[in-house]
Each structure stands twice: as C-alpha cells, then as structure tokens.
Design a protein around this ligand. Structure first.
Ligand code: KG4
Ligand code: ZN
Length: 357
C-alpha cells in the first residue's frame, strides 16, 4: 500500500556550504531511523570572505563529496545494493553546489540500479520533525534559515501552503549581517548568540518592524539598519557594547518572531477548527538559537500550541533531512528521472501543484 513500504535511502546535500550525506531508514510504521549522518562544513573556506562564496563552495563540494558519501555508507554498514533509493537536493540553493550533489546522486543511483529522488531543500527542513519526533500531519512550520524565513502550513506530504514570508532579508541573513557590522566572525548567528549571553537586552532601543501589522510577513532590513546606526553612535565599540547590541538585537528578533507566531497559530487553527492542539515546528539554522526557542516556546504555549524543535544538528543543513524527505517521497512512489534539472529557485508551495499525492 502506498506510504507503507520500508525504505533505506542515501541522502546528499550540497545546496550551500555544508557537504553532507546520510543514510536513513523509514520503517513500515512510518518512523525514521538515522543510520549515518556525516556533515562537513566549509566554514573555514568562507570565513575570510565573511560569507559563502558560490564558486569556492562548488569546488569544495567536488573535492569532498565522494569521501563524505563513502563515509556515510561505511558508518551505516550497508552496501549500495542495500539501498532502496538515492536522494539529492535539487534546489533551491547555489547552482554550482546543486549541480555537484545532484549529478553525484544520479550517478550513484544509476550505478547501483536504484531509483533517484530529487528533493527540495525546504521540504527537507519541513519534514525533519517527522524524522526526529515522529510527528503526524498537519502542523505549522516556522522555517528560519540563512535564505528563508517563512510560515508554512504542512497539510501533508507535498501539500505545503506558505502563510507568510520575509519581504526583504531572511532572519539568518540579518544575524549574519549584524555580526559582520560588529566585527564578529562568520557565520554570524552563533557568534551573535554567544556575544549576547553577557549583554543587556534592554540597553539599545531597536525597532520591531511589522510587529503590530495584521500580516504573517516579516521585515528585517530596517532592524539591520537600526543596528548599524546604533553601533555607529556608540563607536568605538568595547566588547561590552558589542554584547549589549547583540542582546538587544536578539531581544527584538525574539519579540517579532513570537508576535508573528501567535498570529500564525491563530490562522492555522482556523484551517483546522476541529483539530487537536496545534503543533508548531521550528526548523532551519536559526532554530538553533536558544533565546529564540525559548520565546517560541512561550508564544506557542500562550496560543495553546506545542512547540516541536528538532535537535540543533537536524535544524542546520544536513543530509539526514534530505534522505528522510527522499524516503517519504519514495514510500509514496514519488521518484524522479535522471533528467531532473537543478533549480536555484524552487518555492515549497509549488511542490504539490501536480497533485501527485
Ligand atoms: O539552515 P541553515 O544551516 O542554512 C541555510 O539553508 O540557510 O541556516 C544557516 C543560518 C545562518 O544564517 C546562520 O547564521 C544561522 O542559520 N544560525 C543561527 C544560529 N546558528 C546558525 N542564527 C542564530 N542563532 C544561532 N545559534
Ligand atoms: Zn537550510
């Protein structure tokens, strides 16, 4: 029966600056098990440039991907013949990296005589809570990463409705740019979070754009500009000043995201009036932020919902979420041809348009 098959899937992720491969098993009960999960970060290659350089990323993927895949297979203890399918990220992301991972995934599938599954990176993030927590559909997703900030109603496999998005910068981008302005290292998110720990969140008065507007869209570029102006006002910045700016920035972000989340839960509940207590899933690299998680936890509880936050390792880019999305699709007979083209831009809510599930 569709959706009930067991699947052992190799997943490959190369859409940004992580070269990752994982082997995941989906049981007949629909639960997932990670057999191997290798992530090789290119952070050191890009740090000197203060951000990801696409050409450097693509070359680095070429250099290490074969080894990362071999390591994942060895750790899982399976041969290529044991796999049911091979999955690779086909978009959205940096085109050079996508080509490397997609072509390699197709070659492995062809060589092993296995079906190939092209995975949307955002779908990988969207489904990761089903791997970590065995969550049932439907649920509300807040995806917060370096490239995306969106609320998505996850109604079922391939059934994604975007409820709100950022009209300018992604939240991770705002963290990265704030870090850069303050002279903190790349990637900015973890650096801002670490600096904020000793800071005073009430020291610097920052705006909370769109917070009271009746929309589920975000805007972070005004906040970023305000951080720059305040930093210029205080300059030269001591470590204590940097900590205070970071803590104030994080507090503004937490307020904005909490307020929007409360609205999103209300909207989601209206779609499922007879449903159980709604589940709010947070995914993407920024979901690793502890202050944000705490604010989301409070916002969800106040709105009568439960927060489900996969472990940080599954929130940042990884191969397990791609293998898992591949396994979910494969279990429903959704496999792709070897002519599937990479897509630099590929919105999540376009996935269900063919009505395949
Ligand atoms: O999902 P991800 O690993 O890659 C993308 O698909 O974009 O997200 C990376 C983003 C970066 O902008 C990074 O600064 C941010 O996630 N990030 C964080 C934290 N850890 C990573 N932002 C805030 N706090 C963190 N602890
Ligand atoms: Zn991502």
């Amino acid at each position: 029966m569709a959706g009930q098959a067991t699947a052992l899937v190799l997943g490959i992720e190369t859409s940004c600056d992580e070269t990752a491969a994982a082997v995941v098993e989906r049981g007949a009960d629909g639960r997932g098990r990670i057999r191997a999960d290798i992530v090789l970060s290119q952070i050191d290659d890009h740090a000197a440039f203060g951000g990801v350089v696409p050409e450097i990323a693509a070359r680095a993927h070429v250099e290490v991907l074969d080894r990362v895949i071999a390591e994942a297979m060895a750790e899982a203890g399976f041969g290529y013949g044991d796999l049911d399918a091979v999955a690779a990220t086909a978009g959205p992301g940096l085109i050079g990296g996508l080509i490397v991972g997609l072509t390699t995934g197709k070659a492995v599938a062809l060589g092993a005589g296995k079906p190939f599954v092209a995975v949307n990176h955002l779908e990988g993030h969207a489904l990761s809570a089903r791997l970590s927590d065995g969550l049932d559909f439907p649920y509300l997703l807040l995806l917060v990463s370096g490239g995306h900030t969106q609320f998505v109603a996850v109604d079922g496999l391939c059934r994604y409705r975007r409820l709100g998005t950022t009209i300018d910068d992604a939240l991770g981008e705002a963290f990265d740019k704030t870090a850069k302005m303050l002279g903190l290292p790349y990637p900015g998110g973890p650096a801002v979070e670490a600096a904020a720990e000793s800071g005073d969140p009430g020291r610097v008065d920052l705006p909370r754009p769109l917070i009271d507007r009746d929309t589920l869209d975000f805007s972070f570029s005004g906040l970023k500009t305000a951080v720059r102006l305040k930093a210029e006002e205080i300059a030269p910045l001591s470590d204590g000043d940097i900590a205070d700016v970071c803590a104030s920035f994080q507090a503004a972000v937490a307020d904005i995201v909490a307020a929007k989340t409360a609205r999103a839960i209300t909207a989601f509940r209206a779609d499922y009036p007879a449903g159980d207590r709604p589940k709010l899933v947070v995914a993407g690299g920024v979901a690793a932020n502890a202050v944000l998680r705490a604010a989301l936890d409070r916002a969800a509880a106040n709105a009568g919902a439960d927060l489900v936050a996969p472990p940080a390792r599954l929130c940042t880019d990884n191969g397990a979420m791609i293998a898992w999305a591949g396994a979910e699709r494969y279990a429903y007979g959704l496999v792709d041809g070897l002519d599937f083209a990479p897509k630099a831009r590929w919105p999540l809510d376009e996935l269900g348009r063919n009505g395949t599930v």
